[in-house]
Design a protein. Structure first.
Lengths: 133, 120
């Protein structure tokens, strides 16, 4: 039923159920599943705002502080998943497999930097009622 | 070097390849989406200015690209996860069919949600 073939390959860390590679894999999967759930909520909220008549309250609702903070969590998931996905794409091209750990640190650092920009804009918005720019 | 068994049940080369293609499209689309909507225009979203943005071909193109790419990428990702948890054989066929139905419905729903802005 299932065609099988074997190949020899250099297995750098794959199947090694410990260490950073495992955490990168788990975080990628968990953030991915969370983003899929968010995606369907997102489409239905867009539908509600465009098809729900002239009700502008939906925009005000999502400007409440609690939602701005939740958005930061969402941003963390998107940015991590995107940058770690870039890391996976590099591995597929045969780039950096031997530096997968350093690349993971790089992904985490870059995520932190991007998130800092979003956090600055968000908390500025929460305290001033408008964006910093 | 070590041996690895490749099974067709692993998912197939096209889902793998399209996951990579949509990943690159999403890196572009989500960067535009997050920077334009949630950094530059933070707290300024209204029905009207969304309509203004969707008057431009650039945003229509980017948003539709996002819709198609993200629905495929998300559901294909769910498929990858479920194939790891025993969805093989006839279950896998049913899973694939269900995901196609959900995907087409989600894209149709998304276009329906966009439409009032496009025809405004």
């Amino acid at each position: 039923m299932i065609a099988e073939k074997t190949r020899r390959h250099e297995n750098v860390g794959a199947g090694n159920w410990k260490g950073w590679g495992m955490w990168a894999w788990i975080l990628h999967r968990v953030s991915g599943l969370a983003l899929v759930l968010y995606l369907f909520m997102h489409i239905s909220v867009i539908a509600a705002s465009s098809r729900g008549g002239a009700d502008e309250n939906i925009f005000e609702t999502f400007e409440k502080s609690i939602f701005v903070v939740l958005d930061l969590l969402l941003t963390a998931a998107v940015v991590f998943h995107g940058l770690n996905g870039l890391r996976i794409l590099l591995f597929d091209l045969g780039i950096g497999t031997y530096r997968h750990k350093s690349l993971f640190y790089g992904v985490m650092a870059a995520t932190a930097v991007v998130l800092a920009v979003f956090a600055y804009a968000s908390f500025y918005y929460i305290s001033n009622g408008e964006g910093p720019w | 070097m070590r041996q690895e068994v490749l099974r067709k049940g692993e998912g197939g080369v096209w889902p793998w390849f399209l996951q990579r293609i949509t990943a690159v499209l999403l890196l572009y689309g989500l960067t535009v989406h997050l920077v334009v909507l949630h950094v530059l225009n933070i707290g300024r979203l209204t029905f009207d200015n969304i309509g203004d943005r969707l008057g431009s071909g650039f945003f229509i193109f980017t948003d539709f690209l996002l819709l198609f790419a993200v629905v495929f990428h998300g559901l294909n990702g769910v498929r990858m996860v479920l194939l790891d948890y025993g969805f093989q054989g006839s279950k896998r066929t049913a899973l694939d069919a269900a995901l196609v139905v959900i995907g087409v419905a989600a894209i149709a729903y998304g276009i329906w949600a966009f439409w009032p802005w496009l025809t405004d």
